[in-house]
Ligand binder design. Sequence first.
Ligand code: PLP
Ligand code: TYF
Length: 400
Amino acid sequence: TWSAVPAGPPDPILGVTEAFKADKDSRKINLGVGAYRDENGKPYVLNSVKKAEQIIESGQPDKEYLPITGLAEFTKAAVKLAYGGDSAPLAGNSVAVTQAISGTGALRIGGAFLGRFYPHAKTIYIPSPSWGNHTPIFRDSGLEVKQYRYFDKKTVGLDLAGLKEDLKNMPEKSIVLFHACAHNPTGIDPTPEQWKEISEVVKEKQLFPFFDMAYQGFSSGDFSRDAFAVRHFVAQGHQVVVSQSFAKNMGLYGERVGAFSIVAADPEEKARVESQLKIIVRPMYSNPPLHGARIAATILNNQKLYQEWEGEVKHMANRIISMRDRLYNNLVALGTPSEWGHIKSQIGMFSYTGLSQPQTKALAEKAHIYLTADGRISMAGLNGHNIDYFSECVSKVVKG
Ligand code: PLP
Ligand code: TYF
């Protein structure tokens, strides 16, 4: 029956983990997938999460189905975290929201909703480069995917002029995806001033902004600062849509906790939009998983736990920053050719090193160090035990 089914390629990021697992060398390092690791290279379960689980357990909760749009205590708190406590559309009860199967599921619901109801365009523009899953998610949602300029190879920074020019050349009312913070894979975000300029062009061209917020807190360790772009666009009157993930900032990867929200014009429009979100969700998975949403809701709605969580996110962000400093200092001290300032200036989980595909390959084959073919490294995979070995190997490979 399936003789005509061709073998598909592995996921370019998750495939790196497979290669890493197959390597038996004790020095091996996995810098592929963007999942936080502690000082000893181990997965990290946040204390705030453990405490939330104890609180949940002590209430002896049932395992009934959630409503189609999920746990209301969670979705309400999630949009407050994204839009801010003083957000006008939240105060005006005009934000439609549904719980989602983490960030990926939120993007998928968003793509499906826009594909079905956005009247002005069926094309979404994503940055070049972007997270590898964006293209298939939106394509499978029925949208056409195109790119806009984002990364400037020469400066290893943001190509603001190219980005703005591309926005200006899009058909009016096109859909544009922005990474709200901690751009994956480059680690390069617009500054607040640059976001303001981008917002102006979006307004001029009446473009439709879709924010993917998968790393709130991971850029600066501060939830409000990382939400600047979303909140500025909303304050400027853009009717944004936002996908949120709690995989990274709460370390809830496998629990699949996320939300998708739409700023509507008023409560009546919000109600109509939300009714259609339900109709999209129902035939896909009926209703979302319960446990992770309970954890996130417990943390978000408990002041003490929230503060502890904030501290833990700061700790993760700071550990990554300290690894950036050490990597930069090591590479310079080893006399590694080229400019490495971008290692320190980039933010979030990733660094776009500029290592070429042959160099990346050599690192895997000669040094048991695994990263994605585009030269991206997950900074969280580095720690005090492996950073010197990693720096020496990179230096050797660059010297050739
Ligand atoms: N968007 C971006 C930019 C990502 O890097 C990720 C991956 O972590 C996601 C969305 C969605 O991840 P998840 O589905 O695990 O929340
Ligand atoms: O870019 C990353 O590493 C994260 C994790 O199919 C991830 O976003 C990678 C690939 C994938 C799902 C999640």
